[in-house]
Design a binder for this molecule. Sequence first.
Ligand code: SF4
Ligand code: F3S
Length: 104
Amino acid sequence: TYIVTDNCIKCKYMDCVEVCPVDCFYEGENMLVIHPDECIDCGVCEPECPAEAIVPDTEPGLESWLEINTKFAEVWPNITEKRDPPADAEKHDGEKGKFEKYFS
Ligand code: SF4
Ligand code: F3S
């Protein structure tokens, strides 16, 4: 499966939702997650994310992000259409420690 990681937080560009063939993105206040059981591993979303926040879960050290995607995809609403990203998205692109500061 692919998962959404830290740099999505507060950037939330939403280009990813438009290309997913199975509509498996879910929306929280500050970021999106992928439902790992619904993702068909097509990889189409990965290059679409301007924040490079989408990665395959086979990369090392991503256990906690897989847990977060799994947990919140069950709670947050499905999102299938892109809206305008936050006005200050670029300011937060690449910022360190976003999870601790802003995750909700
Ligand atoms: Fe959707 Fe494919 Fe990305 Fe999985 S890898 S979230 S199926 S676009
Ligand atoms: Fe987040 Fe990238 Fe999608 S910033 S909302 S994963 S396009």
